[in-house]
Design a protein around this ligand. Structure first.
Ligand code: PLP
Length: 406
C-alpha cells in the first residue's frame, strides 16, 4: 500500500495567496464592473532591466551556435556569476566570501525550503511570527512540528514580533537548533541593526544552533547603518547560511535566479556531537537533485552587476521605494501606525481589527487587494501588508480609494 506523508495533513487551510486569489475571484464574479488594484502578493510589476534583457538574448543566441552552445552547466552555477556576486555583493562590504561558497539556484523559496533536508527531523525550529509562510510549512511537511493549535504548531519556537520590539524579536530563552531570520522582513518591512544580529550570532554559537538568514530584500535597504548580510557580523560564517534572490532586486520572479551562501566553515553536528561541514553536504544535495540554472538566465543575472546594469536596477528599486513612501505617508496620515516602507518594499499597517475583515472591507469598498496579516501568523492578526510593487498610477489611485473608504 502506497502511503502518504501524513505531516501534510497537519498543514492548516490553503496557502495564504490561494485564499486571497479565491476571495478576489469570488468578488469579481459578483462585481464584474468593479476595478481591482492588487497591492497584495509581493510580485514585481516592472520589466527586467534592459542590461539583463540584452544579456539574456545574447545568452540565448549563443545557445543557437555550435561554437558557443552549452549543455548541462555546473550545478553550483557558472563561475562568471559566482565571482561577480562574491566581488560586488560581499567584498565591497568588507565580507570575504569565496565564489565556491555560493550556490546559484532557481529561487530562495526552494532553497529556504530544501535546505532543511540536511538536518535531523527531531531538531527544534525557531520561526518568526509574523513570518514568510514557507519556513513554517516546509518544516511541518518534514515532520518537525505537532498539530496546529490556534495558529501555532506544537513544537516550534515562535519568535514573536510586535510594535514594542519593532518586529525584531530577541533570541528566545529556550533552546532552538535551527533559526529562521529574514531582514529586511517580509511581511513587516523591519530591519535588524548590527547589534541585534550580533545577539543572534552569539545565541547560535552558545547553543550550537544554525541561523538561516533570508536577505531576499537586501537591495531595498536605504539606511547605511543597516547590515546587508549576516556575514557583516564577526563569527557569523560558522553559524549562518544566507539566502539571496534576484527576484525582487532585478525583477526575476518570472525569470528565476537566486543564490545561497554556505561558508566553508559553517557547521552542524551529528548525534554524538561531532561536527560536519554543511558546504559539502549541500554540494552533494545540490548536485544530486538540481540541474543548475539555465545559461542565458545566469548571463542575465550577471548583467545586474555589469555596465549599465547597476544603475538600471537602482532606478527600478527607487521607483518601488517611492511608492512605498507614498503608501506609508498616506496610511500614517489616515491615522494608522505603520512599520516598513523605508528599507523594504512592504508597509505593515496596524488596522485595529480582524485582518481578514479589513481585507474584505478594502476589497469591497476600495477595490484594493492587500494581504491580511493573519495569513503570516498569529502575531500578524490586527495588521495588513501593503506592497509597493505596482505602477505609480495604481498606487496613487489605490491610496485615493482607500482614503475614501476608511
Ligand atoms: N524569501 C522571502 C522573504 C520572500 O518574500 C520571497 C518571495 O516573496 C522569497 C524568499 C522567494 O524568493 P524567490 O523568488 O527567489 O523564490
Amino acid at each position: 500500500m502506497i502511503r502518504i506523508n501524513e505531516n501534510y495533513l497537519k498543514l492548516t487551510s490553503s496557502y495564504l495567496f490561494v485564499e486571497i486569489a479565491k476571495r478576489v475571484s469570488d468578488f469579481q464574479k459578483h462585481n464584474p464592473d468593479k476595478e481591482i488594484i492588487r497591492l497584495g502578493i509581493g510580485d514585481v510589476t516592472r520589466p527586467l532591466p534592459k542590461a539583463c534583457v540584452d544579456a539574456f538574448a545574447k545568452g540565448v543566441a549563443e545557445m543557437g551556435e555550435a561554437e558557443s552552445f552549452r549543455g548541462y552547466g555546473p550545478e553550483q552555477g557558472y563561475a562568471f556569476l559566482r565571482e561577480q556576486i562574491a566581488k560586488t555583493d560581499y567584498k565591497s562590504r568588507g565580507v570575504n566570501i569565496n565564489p565556491d561558497e555560493i550556490f546559484i539556484s532557481d529561487g530562495s523559496k526552494c532553497d529556504t525550503g530544501n535546505i532543511q533536508e540536511l538536518f535531523a527531523s527531531d531538531i527544534s525550529v525557531a520561526v518568526p511570527d509574523p513570518v514568510y509562510p514557507v519556513y513554517v510549512d516546509t518544516n511541518v511537511m518534514a515532520g518537525r512540528s505537532g498539530r496546529n493549535i490556534k495558529g501555532h504548531y506544537d513544537g516550534f519556537v515562535y519568535l514573536e514580533g510586535n510594535m514594542d520590539n519593532c518586529f525584531v524579536p530577541k533570541p528566545p530563552n529556550e533552546k532552538a537548533d535551527l533559526i529562521y531570520l529574514c531582514f529586511p522582513n517580509n511581511p513587516t518591512g523591519a530591519v535588524a541593526t548590527k547589534a541585534q544580529l550580533k545577539e543572534w550570532v552569539k545565541y547560535a554559537k552558545a547553543h550550537k544552533a544554525l541561523i538561516l538568514f533570508d536577505a531576499a530584500y537586501e537591495a531595498f535597504i536605504t539606511d547605511p547603518s543597516i547590515p546587508h548580510s549576516i556575514y557583516e557580523i564577526d563569527g557569523a560564517k560558522e553559524v549562518a547560511i544566507e539566502f539571496r534572490s534576484f527576484s525582487k532586486t532585478a525583477g526575476f520572479t518570472g525569470t528565476r535566479c537566486a543564490f545561497t551562501v554556505i561558508p566553508s566553515n559553517c557547521k552542524a553536528f551529528d548525534k554524538d556531537g561531532n561536527w560536519h561541514l554543511l558546504h559539502g553536504m549541500w554540494n552533494r544535495r545540490h548536485s544530486t537533485k538540481f540541474n543548475g540554472v539555465s545559461y542565458p538566465v545566469q548571463r542575465a543575472a550577471e548583467a545586474v552587476y555589469l555596465g549599465d546594469g547597476p544603475a538600471q536596477v537602482r532606478e527600478i528599486i527607487d521607483y518601488y521605494m517611492e511608492n512605498a513612501k507614498l503608501i506609508r505617508e498616506k496610511m500614517e496620515k489616515l491615522g494608522y501606525k505603520c512599520t516598513g516602507g523605508v528599507n523594504a518594499p512592504y508597509i505593515w499597517i496596524e488596522c485595529g481589527s480582524d485582518s481578514w475583515e479589513f481585507f474584505d472591507m478594502l476589497l469591497s469598498k476600495a477595490g484594493v487587494v492587500c494581504t491580511p496579516g493573519a495569513g503570516f501568523g498569529r502575531c500578524g492578526e490586527g495588521f495588513i501588508r501593503i506592497s509597493a510593487f505596482n505602477s505609480r498610477e495604481n498606487v496613487e489611485k489605490a491610496l485615493r480609494k482607500i482614503e475614501e473608504s476608511v
